[in-house]
Each structure stands twice: as structure tokens, then as C-alpha cells.
Unconditional design. Structure first.
Length: 447
């Protein structure tokens, strides 16, 4: 059901990156220095609402967006900026990022020890976080400059923060819509015991696996693909991710991570690295990445909201990356490829379930469309297997005592006409352990 040896090494990836660089930049993207961006945001008038792609209809919503953008950057002194794909990234001093500055925090929380990375106690064998694809999401050290000559590597004690602009935000009707995971709440974790039956009129579709178990985190390796999302046919987004879930209904709380193709938000048709959270069932809270001060980043090398250097190809090279959450001393820490990169602050969950532990782990793909739904995973059915279908591997969770266990997953296929899963399978002889395949072609007849 799978290939025994994964052939792409970190060194090989860097060699390719050195020769080819990152994805070509869009020719219509301009480099705007940080201070110029900040001044233009303060000075811009509401005529931007008249743009063809603007969804803002009320001036008060526009002003709320402007105030939020300015609050993200108030008092920030950027060391330098660079462009990747259609986005600008600013190298922001760690202590000036929204997650610290907006709440008046003055120090970084204590991170989990290295012993909790990759293989929590209780898990033997496997290769989670060590593997052949380490570094897939880092700002590539060999692609030293963007097409404007700006360094793509942030200095020590700074972090790369994707610039949030009004040009981007007015593609949404309000600040709250901009913060949402997807249209009409799309992206929420599903549960076969409670979810409504899928129908062709539903905007979001899934192929996933889950386990109900009290936990303080877990992880997996996510196979990296770049499914087609055609906005001209009403398609909105496609993703593969992990969910750590507590509570239910409007009390649902999550910590999430994965890759996502969503052109309206990211300005690119490439899959990007993302994180997300909600503290109230996606009602009034939640945002991507560093967009609302919920997440504190400590790594200068991982670029949230940026595309990846390479993507898997059908019948060819396969790439994946590891992602792991851990509730440690009140904060939900995230590790990417074996490095703690930052944390969701425990305070964002109030007195909710995730201040104690999660109750469900979930892994899968999801898409949003109507009347035509996009591809999930590679666009191939899960039964196509290794090298053709997308996979997740090494799914595990950490129990309340800090012991790690490979997941015992239940499959859910609510839209079998368009997407499915295959597995879960187990193989303790190599670095796959627990794994499954997922995805599908989408289309206009999803059920």
C-alpha cells in the first residue's frame, strides 16, 4: 500500500532550491517598503471599497479593517521586508509582534523540552519529525533574495510576518468574515456522530479520520500537494490539516495546522502553511496565523502564509512535513519539522476546554466550493495509493500524563462521490506507523 523508502532528502531539496529558487513571483506584485505601506494605510480613503473585487459595502466595516491593520503594526520597527509569491513579509522584532505587544506581554513563555519533540515518551520507533523532508516549510536559506534583491532570511531575534493589507481585506465584507476559517464557517472539524448528512448544497466537503481521546496534543506528517482551486467556478479553498478539539457547539475550541490553497486570502494559487484557532465554535473568535495576536512566534525560519519550495508530483517525488501540538504550561506549542516555532496563548481560550486538554484528534482534507468543488489532496482518489494519492502518516497523540500513543483512527467519508479515505493502515517496520490516504477529484456532483 505504500513505498518503503522515501527518497527526497533535506540536502536534495536544498540543492534543487539553490539551482531553481522559490516559485516565480507574480509580475504585477510591487515591493512596498514597510513605512510607505504604513503611511498609505493611514491615509487611504474609502474609495478602495469601489474596486471590482471589493465586498465591503459599509464604511464602518472599512474603518474597522483599517483600525485593525494599524493596530497590528503600531510601534513596530521592521528590520527589512521581502516578497514571496503575491505576499510581502516583514521581519518584525520578536517582542513587537502582535501576540505579545497587543496584550502587553513582555516575555516569551517557556517552551517544552526537546524530549517532548517528535517522539513523546511511550512511542518507540517511527520517524516522526526526523525525516527525509525536514525543512520543507522553512524560508529557504539558499534562496537568499527575492526578485527585488531583498534578503528572504530574517535576522536573529526577528520573525517573518506576512503583511496584512487593506487591498486584501476588502475582498471580504467585514473584519469578522476576513477572520473566518472559510465561507459560512467552512473548515470546522466534523464528527460522524454529530454532523448533518452531507448534500450537494453544502459548501464544504471532507475526507478525514478521527479519534475521541483526552489529549494534550499530537502530530502527524502531512504529504504536501498543490490541488487546483479554480475561483472562476466558485471554488474557494482546499486543505490538509490536523485539528485538536475540545468542547462542542458554540463552546468548541481548536488548535489547527496544515497546508491550504485559498487564493482569495493568500493571493496565490500555491498551497501555503497555515495555523488557525477558535475559542467559541467559530462564532466570534478565530484567525489565521499572526492576524489577530493569538499566536506568538519564536522561529525566524518558518514563514506562516508562504508557499513551499516544492510539491509532490504524481508518480514522482513526494514531500511531507511534520507538525505537532503540545499543551505545555498553559500554552499550545507548535513544532514544525522538529522545532518549536511558537504557541497559541492559553488566555485566548478563556476558561474553555483547551485550557485543560483536547478531547478529539482529527486529521484530513477539506474543500469549499459550489457549484463545483475543487480537488482535495493530490486530486486522486485515496485508493490510488503512494505516489499518487495524498497521505498523512505517523498520527499520534499525547495523553494527559505526557505519554505518546499512535492513534486508533475511525474513517469518515461524508462526500464519497468526490472524496474518500483509504485506511487507516499500520506498519511498525519503518517510519510510517499509522497512516492513511485521502483526497479526490471534486466536481459538481458531490454528495
Amino acid at each position: 500500500m505504500k513505498k518503503n523508502t522515501l527518497t527526497n532528502t533535506f540536502a536534495a531539496m536544498l540543492a534543487i532550491a539553490s539551482a531553481t529558487g522559490l516559485h516565480a513571483q507574480s509580475d504585477d506584485v510591487e515591493f512596498v517598503p514597510f513605512n510607505q505601506f504604513l503611511k498609505s494605510t493611514a491615509d487611504i480613503n474609502s474609495t478602495v471599497m469601489n474596486r471590482a473585487d471589493s465586498k465591503v459595502r459599509e464604511r464602518k466595516n472599512f474603518e474597522e479593517m483599517r483600525r485593525h491593520v494599524l493596530s497590528l503594526y503600531a510601534g513596530v520597527e521592521v528590520s527589512h521586508s521581502f516578497v514571496r509569491d503575491a505576499s510581502t513579509f516583514d521581519c518584525v522584532p520578536v517582542e513587537q509582534q502582535p501576540g505579545l505587544r497587543m496584550l502587553g506581554a513582555t516575555s516569551i513563555a517557556e517552551q517544552p523540552p526537546a524530549s517532548m519533540l517528535s517522539r513523546p515518551s511511550g512511542i518507540n520507533g517511527g520517524g516522526f519529525g526526523e525525516g527525509s523532508f525536514h525543512g520543507a516549510l522553512a524560508t529557504d536559506g539558499n534562496a537568499r533574495a527575492d526578485r527585488f534583491g531583498n534578503s528572504t532570511v530574517c535576522e536573529a531575534n526577528t520573525i517573518p510576518m506576512r503583511r496584512i493589507t487593506l487591498d486584501e481585506m476588502v475582498r471580504f465584507s467585514s473584519l469578522r468574515e476576513y477572520f473566518q476559517k472559510g465561507p459560512d464557517g467552512a473548515g470546522q472539524p466534523m464528527d460522524p456522530d454529530t454532523a448533518k448528512p452531507a448534500s450537494a448544497s453544502d459548501g464544504h466537503k471532507y475526507a478525514y479520520m478521527l479519534q475521541h481521546v483526552n489529549n494534550i496534543g499530537g502530530g502527524s506528517n502531512l504529504n504536501l500537494w498543490n490541488p487546483v482551486v479554480d475561483t472562476n467556478h466558485g471554488q474557494v479553498m482546499s486543505l490538509s490539516q490536523e485539528w485538536y478539539i475540545g468542547g462542542s457547539g458554540t463552546s468548541t475550541q481548536t488548535a489547527e495546522v496544515g497546508w491550504q490553497v485559498m487564493p482569495r486570502t493568500w493571493g496565490t494559487n500555491y498551497a501555503v502553511l497555515f495555523i488557525y484557532y477558535t475559542a467559541d465554535g467559530y462564532t466570534k473568535t478565530g484567525c489565521y496565523n499572526l492576524g489577530c495576536g493569538a499566536f506568538v512566534q519564536v522561529s525566524k525560519d518558518v514563514t506562516l502564509g508562504a508557499s513551499f519550495p516544492y510539491y509532490s508530483t504524481k508518480g514522482g517525488d513526494q514531500y511531507d512535513f511534520s507538525a505537532q501540538y503540545m499543551l505545555y504550561k498553559g500554552n499550545w506549542w507548535l513544532a514544525i519539522d522538529g522545532e518549536w516555532i511558537g504557541y497559541f496563548k492559553g488566555s485566548i481560550y478563556g476558561n474553555g476546554q483547551l485550557t485543560k486538554n483536547a478531547q478529539t484528534i482529527e486529521f484530513g482534507s477539506e474543500s469549499v466550493g459550489s457549484p463545483v468543488w475543487p480537488q482535495e489532496g493530490s486530486g486522486e482518489w485515496a485508493t490510488a495509493g503512494f505516489g499518487y494519492a495524498a497521505y498523512q502518516r505517523n498520527m499520534f497523540y499525547t495523553d494527559l500524563s505526557g505519554n505518546g500513543y499512535y492513534a486508533k483512527l475511525t474513517a469518515a467519508n461524508p462526500s464519497p462521490a468526490c472524496y474518500n479515505t483509504a485506511g487507516p493502515y499500520t506498519d511498525s517496520s519503518d517510519d510510517w506507523q499509522v497512516f492513511f490516504y485521502l483526497g479526490g477529484p471534486g466536481g459538481s456532483t458531490c454528495q
